[in-house]
Design a protein around this ligand. Structure first.
Ligand code: GAL
Ligand code: ZN
Length: 648
């Protein structure tokens, strides 16, 4: 059954409070508690001298209360004695200087010395707790970012990665095009990680940079495996995860979670709503997380109060938002939602990062809402076997995300933006959507959306062609088919390998940034185009939308081609107005997928198992909504989620 839990830092509180906290957690309905993340200096106060007394104590108290425990490996925060005595365990920044200590996450992921110490504390913990039935799972480190350290060890690891990939330096020089700007290397030992301040936006060779991003991701995967191996050596059945997030350097979560037992994520829906980001794109993110393993997932940290670390204090979660966003996560496939954090810290950098309880320690509105959530989840009895089934898929890839990050295509044009825009449009119609890896099996899907598939893949183009011929609908968007695997430009007409599928080629393009160009649909409706304008030449496809301003007015921007039993779209711009919604409705209709237009900000998903269907309707907006759904009138306050149980 789905569970609700909290993140707790017992080492920050007097022991007298522990029992009171546990009693209050129980009363609220908590089932699972995560502890020990960040507590290394308390577990090993001096090199090789361990103090597990307090952890044993809290573990036994939590157990005694019938609570399940998730243990964090504390490696995000090595004790300062380690950094002092072995400075090579500290990261090196892009300036070539060692990172200053005093915040967290200073550790170098590849440093053999760091690995020795980290391995020892993780093994100590595993030896003590990995076979304790109350310890239901492990979280490795905290919000690990892809390894962008520039120390000697990481430089050596980067060189080894390249040596392994290219074998000889001549091959690497050719692959990277190092004859440009006399950049040829004579040996792998000349290659460095990207230092200096010209890191992004085209100063550094994009082929080098994409390989560097690939290296950074694989290096982080290695770090995660290193810890998972230790935990699994202590108990092969240990359930191991790590709490994913989207920071500056996102690891390749497809590979990370392939290596782990369950995907998990730190879910902080925005508390700042803006016109451009009215609902935080949370539905997209949750579908992305579920797609990592194509399984239900966990939320390791869930928003519980206003943020107030790393920036000014945010608005408080509005009434309903704590419950509503937790149910939204469940609606998208979360089987466990851990609220961050039980109590707001009174000390340290995050003292205004609000948990459920405030500094006052008094019962409050948020705790009351959280208590209602626990009761509700308990009552709903949603089994973990209830999953989302989707006929619409978005193909995603970190390779593409990295390549886009290395070279932004135009002002405001990101990889995510395309994916999110498509997702949001289909969401308006209440259909389940999977976000899956670009290499995933497409069987079972009727509509496949391929946002900005920049680094082209001949195999994928062939696969989509077969998919379409067999009756599928494919949608390919601008900046697809531009690069080869070396991140060099293909010398062929765009969209490269996707041109035969789409039956259209790009005659020229215009990176207009945040400007707008008018667009007119073949249906007569007016839309807009922004960021990017591909001017198309139709080769078998029909025009679906045409530019209506600029020097290319009248030329096609979007094409549709009927191929075999299906259709392929090419969308040469980032579109505005109701374009994507109209496209979604058109494609859903052609695919024969039932759909309904939901009121703005209302999100629908369905989780089902053999016997039952759980229909979730969530008002992810600040205005109340009343609408009819399946013959009933549904009224939702802001952030309210309704769940209907149906027998199949
Ligand atoms: C998360 C992080 C937590 C805490 C929280 C504050 O990203 O994992 O440790 O810093 O943010 O909002
Ligand atoms: Zn390093």
């Amino acid at each position: 059954m789905i569970k609700i839990g909290v993140d707790y830092y017992p080492e920050h509180w007097d022991r007298e409070l522990w029992d009171k906290d546990i009693a209050r957690m129980k009363k609220a309905g908590v089932k699972v508690v995560r502890i020990a993340e960040f507590a290394w200096s308390r577990l090993e106060p001096e090199e090789g001298k361990f103090d597990f007394g307090w952890l044993d104590d809290i573990v036994s108290r939590l157990k005694g209360a019938g609570l399940e425990i998730i243990l964090g490996t504390p490696t995000n925060c090595a004790p300062l004695w380690l950094y002092r005595s072995r400075p090579e365990t500290l990261q090196t920044e892009r300036t070539g200087m060692k990172t200053e200590t005093g915040i967290r996450g200073h550790r170098c992921q590849t440093s053999p010395v760091f690995r020795k110490y980290a391995g020892r504390i993780v093994a100590e913990m595993a030896r003590r707790y990995a076979n304790d039935p109350a310890v239901v799972a492990w979280q490795i480190d905290n919000e690990i970012e892809s390894n962008h350290c520039n120390c000697e060890s990481c430089t050596a690891a980067f060189r080894a990665f390249l040596r392994e990939k290219y074998g000889d330096i001549g091959r690497l020089n050719r692959a990277w095009g190092n004859d440009v700007w006399s950049g040829d290397f004579s040996s792998f030992d000349e290659i460095k990680t990207p230092l200096g301040d010209k890191y992004r936006y085209g100063w550094l060779n994009p082929s080098y940079m994409l390989d560097y991003e690939r290296f950074a991701a694989s290096s982080t995967l290695d770090y995660i495996r290193f810890q998972a191996d230790i935990l699994r050596a202590a108990n092969p059945k240990a359930v191991v995860t790590t709490n994913g997030c989207f920071g500056e350097h996102t690891p390749d979560y497809y590979r990370v979670f392939e290596a782990l037992d369950v995907a998990s994520y730190d879910n902080y829906p925005t508390l700042y709503r803006t016109e451009k980001n009215p609902n935080g794109k949370q539905a997209f993110v949750l579908d992305l997380i579920r797609g990592y393993k194509r399984q239900n997932f966990w939320v390791m940290e869930q928003m519980s109060g206003s943020f107030g670390c790393w920036g000014p204090i945010s608005p408080a979660p509005r009434p309903g938002a704590i419950e509503g966003y937790a149910v939204q996560a469940i609606a998208h496939g979360a089987d466990l939602v851990m609220h961050f954090r039980w109590r707001t810290s009174v000390r340290g950098a995050e003292m205004f990062c609000h948990g459920l309880l405030d500094h006052s320690d008094a019962d409050n509105r948020r705790l009351a809402e959280f208590t209602r959530l626990c009761a509700r989840v308990n009552e709903l009895q949603i089994p973990e076997s209830a999953v989302l089934k989707s006929e619409v898929a978005i193909l995603y890839s970190y390779e593409q995300e990295y390549a886009f990050k290395v070279q932004q295509m135009s002002e405001g044009f990101t990889y995510r933006r395309q994916a999110e825009a498509l997702h949001a449009a289909y969401k308006r119609f209440g259909v389940n959507i999977d976000v899956i890896e670009q290499t995933a099996d497409l069987s079972g899907y009727k509509i496949v959306l391929l946002p900005a598939h920049f680094v082209a893949d001949e195999t994928l183009a062939k696969k989509l062609e077969n998919f379409v011929r067999e009756g599928g609908i494919a949608v390919v968007t601008a900046r697809s088919g531009v690069k080869d695997k070396c991140n060099a430009c293909l010398m062929r007409e765009l969209p490269g390998p996707f041109a035969p599928l789409c039956g259209a080629v790009v005659r020229e393009y215009d990176g207009i940034g945040e400007a707008e160009v008018a667009l007119k649909g073949a249906n007569g409706k007016n839309y807009t185009a922004t960021c990017w304008c591909d001017v198309l030449e139709l080769k078998g496809a029909e025009g679906y939308a045409f530019y209506d301003s600029e020097y290319y007015a009248g030329e096609p921007a979007v094409s549709v081609r009927s191929l075999g039993k299906g259709y392929a779209w090419y969308i040469g711009a980032v579109c505005g107005g109701e374009f994507y919604e109209d496209l979604a409705a058109d494609t859903l209709q052609r695919a024969g997928i039932p759909f309904e237009k939901l009121p703005e900000n209302v999100e629908k998903t369905i989780r089902e198992d053999d016997g039952r269907r759980f229909v979730f309707l969530f008002n992810n907006g600040e205005e109340a909504r009343a609408f009819s759904h399946g013959g009933k009138t549904v009224s939702l306050r802001p952030y309210e989620a309704a769940v209907f149980k149906e027998r199949k």
